[in-house]
Every structure is written in structure tokens, then in C-alpha cells.
Design a protein around this ligand. Structure first.
Ligand code: SF4
Length: 200
């Protein structure tokens, strides 16, 4: 298969995903904001982080968010990490909407693939995305479990492991490790292995 064929397939999947976004009175951008904000960590639930994630301008992202706040799908609180910006939280109404997210059809299609094929596809798409992000000087988003800033204690010895983000200098709950972060730094991370195997 040629590189152009691969590009065409990626675009076709994107078209289907985009086209399915006009449901329940929301736009694809609003669905994207709800999805992002329901998965983003506490440092990344801001308009600017969403703008960067969605490859749009801050002004456009701000309008998207404003519409969702007005409809009761998002609430704003003062950000603990940056006093000048607001932190956005998805409301219970939004979570009810997300339970019937039109993207679930794509999730089901992905689950129908054998695990090996799914892994290969994910690796290939991640690399493709890495090239695209690099070319546009955009930061990649990712999760703590593969971030260079994650540290775990104790590496050896007794006791429950605890996790720390050395970028924000904050302790992290285990439930936060799989949330999307705007400050993700791809790199060597031995914290997970260290925490759960007792090896330094
Ligand atoms: S460890 Fe990395 S991904 Fe996790 S909160 Fe810190 S900067 Fe973000």
C-alpha cells in the first residue's frame, strides 16, 4: 500500500468521524471539547490547552467552550495552577451526553480488530501523528504513564507506590495517570516499572 493510500484512509476515517459529530444539537467542535475535557488532567482543562489539542485558535476554542457553558455542559472555576485562567469541568449533563457519543461507532469498529492488528495500527498512527506534530511545531499530548516527568516512590521496598509529576512538582493520584496532559513530554519513563515491580 502506498503512502498516499494510507493518507486517503486516514482522511476517510476523519471524514466519517467529523460527519457523525452533528448529533444531539452539538457541533463536531463541541463534541471534541467535551471528549477532551472529560479525559484531560487537572493541569490541562483550559481553553488554551483545548485549542492546542484541537488544532484551532484560542478565539475559536473560546467560542466553542462558551456555547457549552451556556447550555450547562461545562462549568468554570478559577484555575489553581494559573490564576489568570479558568479550569473547565464537564457537568453531569455532559457525561450523560458523552454516554451516547457518536464516536462510539468508531470505538466499536476498533474493538472488532484483533488485538495485534489494533496495536500495530495504534503504533503506526502514533508515529504518523508524531511526524505531523513535528512539522507544525505543535506539542504532542500524552499521558503520565509514558511521560518523562513522571516519578514513582518507593522504587524498592515496602509500601504502596506514590507518583509525582516533576514538571508541576505535585503528587498524582493513580487514577490521574491515564488522563491527557498538555505538558506531556515523551521520553524514557521507568516510573511505572519501578513502582509496580520494585526494580530501580
Ligand atoms: S507527569 Fe507528564 S503527563 Fe503527567 S502531569 Fe506531569 S507533565 Fe503531565
Amino acid at each position: 500500500m502506498s503512502a498516499r493510500d494510507v493518507a486517503e484512509l486516514v482522511v476517510q476515517v476523519g471524514r466519517i468521524a467529523h460527519g457523525s459529530g452533528y448529533t444531539d444539537g452539538l457541533t463536531p467542535a463541541q463534541w471534541s471539547a467535551l471528549r477532551y475535557l472529560s479525559r484531560a488532567n487537572r493541569f490541562s482543562r483550559t481553553v488554551s490547552a483545548f485549542a492546542e489539542f484541537n488544532a484551532t485558535t484560542r478565539g475559536t476554542a473560546s467560542q466553542t467552550v462558551k456555547g457549552l457553558v451556556a447550555r450547562g455542559y461545562l462549568s468554570r472555576t478559577r484555575s489553581r495552577h494559573d490564576g489568570r485562567s479558568s479550569s473547565l469541568e464537564v457537568t453531569d449533563n455532559a457525561r450523560t451526553m458523552l454516554a451516547r457519543d457518536p464516536w462510539e461507532a468508531i470505538v466499536r469498529a476498533a474493538s472488532a480488530l484483533p488485538a495485534g492488528a489494533r496495536g500495530q495500527l495504534a503504533t503506526g498512527l502514533q508515529r504518523l501523528l508524531g511526524h505531523l506534530v513535528q512539522g507544525r511545531s505543535r506539542r504532542p499530548f500524552g499521558v503520565c504513564t509514558s511521560c518523562a516527568h513522571l516519578e514513582a516512590e518507593p522504587c524498592v521496598g515496602e509500601g504502596e507506590p506514590h507518583f509525582e509529576c516533576t514538571y508541576f512538582d505535585e503528587l498524582l493520584e493513580e487514577t490521574e495517570l491515564a488522563q491527557i496532559c498538555a505538558n506531556f513530554e515523551p521520553g524514557k519513563n521507568s516510573a511505572m516499572k519501578c513502582a509496580f515491580s520494585g526494580q530501580a
